[in-house]
Design a protein around this ligand. Sequence first.
Ligand code: PLP
Length: 392
Amino acid sequence: MSLLDKVYEFTQADEVRALGHYPYFRIISSEQDTEVIVNGRKMLMMGSNSYLGLTNHPRVKEAAIRAITKYGSGCAGSRFLNGTLDIHIELEAALAKLVGKDASLAFATGYQSNLGAIQSMVNRNEYIVTDKLDHASIIDGCQLSQGKMVRFAHNNLEDLERVLKSIEGKNSLIVVDGIFSMEGDISPVLGICELAEKYGSYVMVDEAHSLGVLHKTGAGAAMDAGCSNRVELIMGTFSKSLASVGGFVAGSYKVIDYMKHKARSLIFSASLPPASAASVLEAVKIMEEEPERIERLWENTNFMMENFKNMGFNTGTSCTPVIPLHVGAIDNAFKMWKMLDEEGVFINPVVPPAVPPNDTLIRTSFMATHTRDQLTEALEKFEKIGKRIGII
Ligand SMILES: Cc1ncc(COP(=O)(O)O)c(C=O)c1O
């Protein structure tokens, strides 16, 4: 057996490419906006995570350009040694304030934020309690830590209590997504905090999809549930509402200071580039100054949800701008993706192993900046294709 055998035995991607159904690594040659250019063709973007539509906001772009002019293109080192800029510190203060914590720490990606937070906080013989549908970066953080991972059924407080009882007396951290990235439902953060307090555990909320979406300030699921002060750690990404790339973890001064000296994905990796730090700072300012963006995001979400439901689509448990259409067998997902693609609608098919084989998804997600005309045009296409495939 050679190291490369597995490489040559991996034929699935080629098989799907041969059928003309390959939906991954599509090449976009425009800004991330409500319309994008893919292979020279204009498409309606119904699958972006730029919930507030800020990635191409003139102020965000100008802030990035100013930062490059002042600081150059990169920091050439890690935060720990030679890569901490004054705008990192300014950004961390703004983010801590946004989510109602004393301090925060910016990482180069959201993925690294979860790795660093979980690895630094949980040691051997301690436990990480995760929702079964938590994001892969949380699972990878568990693997990097020496702790033991135990899972509870999705959004199920009874099952969480069963798990907490089974590890009573042991140190543990409960980690959940604020909004689940595929299902589009919201974690019951308040109930989780109550159980954590009852069993002496701590809570960390990954606000990747809930920042800029939940609470009138965009502060996320913990703030929206009125319990950010009972959550020990709040993690967020810059790659969705905050219009760039990177991530952060917020908490008490003491915890964040500890993390600064223990999180391997922070210490052994180069720091967030200046342009990203400046873009996020500007995006946070715009979010504060223009709360109507969040209102518009919800108007668009409610419009799409209501119409999808009236047409007979199964939107599962979603109640947020992430609206999955449950389309059944994998063939339906690829067919629907292809037909929507031909009609000029960009969506994301979600197939096994991310979901069970007979519960594949067409993941749609909406932005504050979608116009009613764009949404209506897309809905007509969804309906036509849904009927043709026979799922509505
Ligand atoms: C819930 C969740 N957490 C963390 C991440 C990782 O964030 P990033 O892509 O910004 O590295 C993602 C991104 O897809 C996510 O959906």
